[in-house]
Design a protein around this ligand. Structure first.
Ligand code: ADP
Length: 247
């Protein structure tokens, strides 16, 4: 058996594989304030009879997984997870709680190049969650509402604070929330498009990380990149799967 742990900024993801690399079980839990302890508890809950001999760790907090036998970067792990799940993948977009990355794969599935935004939270999961809270919407409700818009409004959405005041201003002028939100997703897709070009990525692209479950952003990315963008199967678990495969 092999275990993969992805200790992310927002969520700890874990994947347990059997000896034939088949998925046995998975976990996704909030990272919280005690990440090292939570990571161990997650591992023990997946393996109540004892931890396996091969344990891979990835994610920004991988150094905290002190029971890991191997540590690998998120970029390599997402690439390995996606290539295993979707052998046709040539590029991927990973958007998590606090950063976004684009990764280009070569013919063998190895990482050829990547680009990353970890300087600012705009366009990441925490940005969308803050906006949803501000407008008293559930995460999925916000995406669904944006999908009903006829046309996205021009919104710059460069940071959570500015996006909030920009939206409040637009609402006061009588704009529809659906169209404003569609504009926010379009602005984020534009920024992600720049990262996509920076890494020399070409479509079709697979979308990973928790935010890959956001259908409004996936569609906005397709419109921006003019190429199919597919949500990877088990998108949020791709890093943990890669860590297990590389353990
Ligand atoms: P990290 O590795 O940085 O912890 P993840 O890839 O686990 O990040 O993604 C966490 C983010 O995913 C959260 O910030 C949350 O906003 C987002 N997320 C999780 N589930 C969904 C969903 N169903 N729809 C949209 N966003 C989601």
């Amino acid at each position: 058996m092999r275990l993969g742990i992805d200790l992310g900024s927002t969520a700890i993801k874990a994947v347990l594989l059997d000896n034939n690399d088949m998925l046995l079980d998975t976990r996704i839990v909030p990272t919280g304030g005690l990440p090292a302890q939570t990571a161990r508890a997650v591992a023990e809950s997946l393996c109540p009879c004892g931890l396996p001999a091969h344990i891979g760790a990835t994610g920004y907090g991988r150094a905290l997984v002190n029971f890991a036998t191997r540590r690998v970067t998120e970029i390599t792990c997402h690439a390995a997870g996606v290539r295993r799940t979707h052998p046709d993948a040539a590029s991927l977009i990973d958007i998590g709680g606090q950063d976004s990355k684009t990764i280009r794969l070569d013919e063998r599935g190895a990482v050829a190049d990547f680009a990353m935004n970890d300087k600012c939270a705009a366009g990441t999961g925490s940005f969308f969650d803050a906006l949803a809270r501000r407008f008293a919407l559930e995460r999925e409700e916000m995406a669904r509402l944006a999908l009903t818009a006829r046309k996205p409004l021009a919104v710059s959405a460069t940071c959570v604070v500015f996006a909030e005041s920009e939206i409040i201003g637009l609402l006061a002028e009588g704009a529809k929330l659906a169209e404003i939100l569609a504009g926010v997703y379009a602005a984020v897709a534009q920024r992600t498009g720049r990262l996509f070009a920076q890494a020399g990525c070409a479509g079709p692209a697979y979308f990973t990380g928790g935010v890959a479950n956001n259908e409004a952003l996936r569609k906005a990315l397709e419109t921006e990149l003019q190429t199919p963008v597919r949500t990877a199967h088990n998108a949020q678990l791709m890093g943990a799967l890669g860590a297990a495969l590389l353990a």
